[in-house]
Write a protein that binds this ligand. Structure first.
Ligand code: SF4
Ligand code: SF4
Ligand code: SF4
Length: 345
């Protein structure tokens, strides 16, 4: 406690204490990662009046304002109100009890997303729109979860290192008559992707099992013989993490899952965390919870196929028929023990 302020509560309101006792950095969630310029003057006012005139571009795509005294928390929360209302209530459609007392929770972290198809020529999906839908499911919540969404498997925002990483995929349609056999798609896929394409009788040919739906062939084809099917699909990697103990890349749980079952799955994640933590949202990294429970228990729980899940109110997820679900996961972890492999020179 500082004065009558509860530090743990402040932390869950997006205030992080600095090295100086009584001094905090407040962070602004930006679901979808697009921030209206009309709200920037408020951020400037908070920084100028209550901070040190500086704004930190935070690693989770938040705007953070350091050097705020605990005495000014209430005044800062008052200024934050229109930002929280716009970004969470108006943009994401979240029903919050109040927008006047700062952020409601920090457990489910701000979603990170790349710009996706609203700008990037490689984008298979509208990452901004998906982030807003996911925000509506995960916020506010005190259970821990880090979601990253990217528009294609190039993974510029590192979904591979997230608790729950989502990458947009497209089925690529093929028009035989348009192909002039120039080989550009074969070279592109061979040099930069999975070498799923070859040439046969002067036409491109695909090995479907090797295609990861990235869409790079679409971009290089001069005759539009390849085109993205409008149906959107997602590739999901789970359990990636950084940290001091056992950092690791995430592993594939789903390929070719559609949006509706994807959102149902995300909605079930907190029920799994609630089960694993006995209803106590203490800080425990989501990836460790999967390890504690085992992947198979986790999978059957969030798909709602196990008796355990159903006994806790999880409804079975209606998966689309093309989806591939991992039977097993094989983690590769770094034990953070450099002495074993290193020596002085
Ligand atoms: S991940 Fe793909 S869609 Fe997103 S910015 Fe990178 S290349 Fe573009
Ligand atoms: S969509 Fe498939 S075939 Fe096309 S470049 Fe990507 S992996 Fe290769
Ligand atoms: S880039 Fe287009 S035209 Fe060239 S081989 Fe591939 S599909 Fe055919």
């Amino acid at each position: 406690m500082i004065g009558n302020l509860d530090i743990a509560k402040l932390r869950s309101n997006e205030y992080r204490e600095s090295k100086v006792r009584g001094e905090f950095m407040v962070s602004i969630r930006i679901p979808g990662s697009l921030f209206p310029s009309s709200l920037l003057p408020i951020v400037q006012e908070i920084a100028d009046k209550y901070g040190s005139g500086q704004i930190h571009m935070q690693t989770r795509q938040k705007l953070s304002i350091p050097n705020i005294s605990y005495k000014d928390v209430e005044a800062v929360n008052k200024l934050l109100e229109p930002i929280i209302k716009t970004m969470e209530v108006d943009v994401c459609g979240i029903d919050l009890d109040t927008t006047q007392e700062g952020y409601a929770s920090i457990g489910a972290r701000n979603i990170i997303n790349c710009i996706g198809s609203i700008h990037c020529p490689f984008g298979n999906i509208d990452t901004v729109a998906l982030a807003k839908k996911v925000e509506k499911i995960i916020y506010p919540n005190h259970y821990h979860l880090k979601v990253v969404i990217v528009g294609c498997p190039n993974d510029c925002a590192k979904a591979n290192m997230a608790d729950f990483g989502i990458m947009g995929m497209s089925k690529i349609d093929w028009d035989y008559n348009r192909c002039v056999g120039c080989g550009a798609c074969v070279r592109e896929c061979g040099q930069h992707v999975t070498a799923a394409l070859g040439a046969q009788n002067g036409k491109a040919i695909k090995q479907p099992g090797k295609c990861i739906g990235c869409g790079a062939c679409v971009k290089v084809c001069p005759t539009q013989a390849w085109s993205r099917n409008p149906q959107k699909y997602y590739w999901v990697k789970i359990g990636g993490r950084t940290g001091k103990q056992t950092p690791r890349a995430g592993q594939t749980m789903f390929k070719w899952i559609k949006e509706e079952p994807l959102l149902e799955v995300i909605g079930n994640i907190f029920k799994f965390e609630d089960y694993m933590l006995d209803g106590q949202p203490i800080y425990r990294h989501f990836g460790h919870l999967i390890d504690d429970g085992s992947y198979n228990v986790f999978r059957d729980f969030i798909l709602g196929t196990s008796e355990l899940a159903q006994s806790r109110g999880v409804v079975p997820v209606k998966l689309n028929e093309e989806v591939l679900v991992a039977d097993k996961l094989y983690w590769v972890e770094d034990k953070q023990n450099p002495d074993v492999y290193m020596h002085t020179h």
